[in-house]
Design a binder for this molecule. Structure first.
Ligand SMILES: Nc1nc2c(ncn2[C@@H]2O[C@H](COP(=O)(O)OP(=O)(O)OP(=O)(O)O)[C@@H](O)[C@H]2O)c(=O)[nH]1
Ligand SMILES: [Mg+2]
Length: 456
């Protein structure tokens, strides 16, 4: 494979920056541009040790930067190829300049995720592990990072491979039975397959249902704050963010546009949106804002609906309630420090659930956190111990594998031949193999790594 290079650290002003070179020519290239203090070639210096020296532009002998350079021989490297890393001064200019000099040698710029792709193609990581690398880099909370670390350590692959091994065993059994019908009882074979397929199906279903929790940790809960004007939506947003992000005034209709921010609420990531208070209005700007708020309802995982305790229940409140009937909602009653005028007796369920708060007096607010955790972290999944699927691609393949297992069970019920059962087993193996990468197509691999950043 050809030799590739890229800047592996972030673009911007920083103390140091790292350029990585991987491939057969890596050390030769470094030797052409790096001059160590001792005046030795890299190859004459110790492997896996940082060497002090300079990058010298071979075309004009200009001293470009003061650096530390290390080389690592294959196969014990990230890509399982020869790797050189140059630690130079951070900052776009030194990094770019050194990279340009490297690219004038026998080497090309790495594509997105190409280092990790090579680690996968060279068998150092399977596909789930390679995918987890990107997830670790982009994780927003500690929890999401620790789930990705589980995946990097191969926890998901291990479970998937165990199921695949069992399917292979069933398949072998089945084939013996097809080839030598006198050797084994067909009915017994079917009984055995049924029993095992049932257990596998249960395990896969558990993984599928963990994916909802997984998505939450990885992408965050899309949370929409709704309420008629002036109920305290922006005040809530600012409280959750712990900063004055949204403008708060006593004038109803203050927020005109939607404002989006990320909040980490006790480890639960929320993508939170403050909206224009919903009411019927002739103001053209406000009208657009109101429509925007309503349009966001469909895409949200959670609605925080706020009532104003100091005002009577109005048509504007009811319009909102009608629009969020099928959503997951947390109801808040704000301004409980004032005289209570609101009456929710027509909405008995909401009356029972509503959390009474005062954003002005900082009262009742911890209950919001408890409720969010209850809504999203409860259920059958033990977020601390169970394996949680965080990747939608994995979830979809698990669903396909599960459907094949269902078909397998259906085929047994329908009394189909052993050959038919083998088709269902093969399908299941194929889908599970796509998760770990053992049966995945080139185009899927391309697609996965194209989502990576350059230099990883
Ligand atoms: N008394 C009292 N006033 C509050 C409370 N929470 C917010 N307010 C006041 O209510 C007014 C409106 O608050 P905002 O947060 O701007 O309300 P909003 O729902 O974002 O309003 P719009 O953007 O106009 O839809 C401000 O004057 C706040 O200071 C509370 O708990 N008690
Ligand atoms: Mg507002």
């Amino acid at each position: 494979m050809d030799t590739i290079a890229a800047i592996s650290t972030a673009y911007g002003v920083s103390g140091i920056g790292i350029i990585r070179i991987s491939g057969d020519e890596a050390v030769n290239i470094a030797d052409k541009i790096f001059k160590s203090k001792q005046g030795k070639n890299l190859k004459e210096l110790e492997e896996r040790k940082l060497n002090y020296g300079w990058i010298i532009n071979p075309s004009n002998k200009e001293k470009v930067d003061e650096v530390l350079t290390v080389y690592m021989n294959k196969p014990y490297t990230y890509t399982k190829e020869d790797v050189v890393e140059i630690n130079c001064h951070g900052g776009i200019v030194p990094l770019r300049k050194i990279l340009d000099i490297i690219l004038e040698q026998d080497c090309r710029l790495a594509e997105r995720g190409e280092f990790t792709k090579r680690a996968f193609l060279n068998g150092r990581l399977d596909l789930t592990q390679a995918e987890s690398v990107m997830d670790i880099i982009s994780s927003k909370t500690e929890k999401s990072m620790s789930l990705s670390m589980d995946q990097l350590q191969g926890r998901l692959s291990k479970q998937v491979n165990e199921i695949v091994d069992e399917l292979m065993e069933l398949k072998a059994h089945l084939e013996v039975n097809i080839d030598f019908p006198e050797y084994d009882e067909e009915e017994l074979t079917k009984e055995k397959i049924k029993e095992k397929a049932f257990i596998m199906k249960e395990n896969i279903e558990k993984l599928i249902s963990s994916a909802d929790t997984g998505k939450i940790f990885k992408e965050g809960i899309n949370t929409l704050i709704l309420g008629k004007p002036n109920v305290g939506k922006s005040s809530l947003m600012n409280f959750l963010l712990n900063e004055n992000r949204s403008i708060v005034t006593e004038v109803p209709g203050t927020t005109r546009d939607t404002i989006e921010e990320f909040v980490n609420l006790a480890g639960v990531p929320l993508n939170i949106i403050d909206t224009a208070g919903i009411r019927y209005t002739d103001d053209i700007v406000e009208k657009i804002g109101v429509q925007k708020a309503i349009d966001k309802i469909d895409d949200s995982d959670l609605i925080i609906m706020i009532f104003d305790a100091s005002k009577e229940l109005e048509e504007d409140d009811e319009i909102i309630l009608n629009n969020i009937e099928n959503k997951k909602v947390i109801y808040l009653m704000n301004k409980t420090d004032l005289n209570t005028k609101i009456d929710l007796t027509n909405y008995k369920e909401i009356e029972k659930e509503v959390i009474k708060i005062s954003l002005l007096k900082n009262e009742g607010l911890e209950e919001i956190e408890t409720k969010v955790k209850e809504e999203f972290l409860a259920g059958n999944i033990d977020a601390n111990n169970d394996l949680i699927v965080t990747n939608t691609r994995h979830k979809n393949l698990l669903k396909k594998a599960n459907n094949s297992l269902k078909e397998l069970l259906g085929s047994i019920e329908a009394g189909l031949t052993l050959e038919c059962l083998e088709v269902d087993i093969n399908d299941t193996i194929h889908y599970l193999g796509e998760i770990t990468g053992s049966t995945v197509s080139e185009s899927v691999i391309e697609k996965i790594f194209s989502n990576f950043c350059i230099g990883k």
